[in-house]
Design a protein around this ligand. Sequence first.
Ligand SMILES: O=C(O)CCC(=O)C(=O)O
Ligand SMILES: [Fe+2]
Length: 336
Amino acid sequence: MSPTEDAVKVESATNFDHIPIIDLSKLRSSDESDKAQLAAAVRDACINVGFLYVTNHGIPEEVIAGAFASTQEFFSLPDEKKLEVDNKKTANFKGYNAVLTSNNDPAGAGDMHEGFEFGWEEIMPKEGDEKRSNDGVMAGSNIWPSGLPEFREAVLMYYHAAVELGKQLFPLFALALDLPENYFEDKTRNSAALMRVLHYPPQTGPVDDRVIGIGAHTDFEVRCFTILWQQPEIQALQVLNAQNKWIDAPPIPGSFVVNLGDQFARWTNDVFKSTVHRAVNRSGIRRYSIPLFFGTDYDVKLEPIPTCVSDTRPPKYEVVTAGEYVKERLKATYGH
Ligand SMILES: O=C(O)CCC(=O)C(=O)O
Ligand SMILES: [Fe+2]
């Protein structure tokens, strides 16, 4: 029996209300046992919780502050200006979505947030950057609001820093699955990394449970995992724990939330957990957050990862390519 199978059978720690905090400084350690310890902690979090916090992540504070300030500036533009980059005008779901135009929970009536989405792009454009051959259905350049160059630059600075962090997490997930450290390397060369900046207007007084900041969902866009920055000091994010109880995932200074998405769950034959979560902003003030969704290359076949199947754990899912899967899910959420 492989250590992963063994781990699958291990009961979750008794504290179901706990989201593990993982210190990434050991990632840079030259001592192999440090890395192994880190991988074991990540495995435990991925199998039992599907959510974790990472600290000592290496993204400079000023890069985060720049993206935050520019995000606030973008959302304070007049609606007409934001609607110039409406994602309904794009075939690849990039651009702006207004309040109530997305609906993450099929039982909900619309999400009480507005967002802006974009994908990979050099900060200083180079020849031939716009289309990468295996981006499949999401191929195409980003759209940006006119007259706001510092927004583009600040969010792309953050994007590139977070993508670097994401690249360091893939080997850790590989070790957590008892795979060689470089297992995901040739599957994430042009990895689909989509970033959204989000604004949640405050919801005070009685709140219709069907219209909250972002309805209960798992991260389907992800294919693998999300790195989420949350505005400090505002509690909004909640996670459905293993006992079907909502627990708070408050912002912790100096950390990001990392959560696994549906495609990692599918790819690992449900060894890794894609956990339901939602956000509701009852703070009385505006709340901003920045998720960055990491996937594989679009042409990767999601065949069950070898360490995640056995006689007693046969493959559960039909094999699809990452790109086919994500397009169907996007259509369902944005209704176009
Ligand atoms: O804003 C948050 O805290 C959560 C965002 C989220 O879950 C998402 O965009 O998928
Ligand atoms: Fe999410």
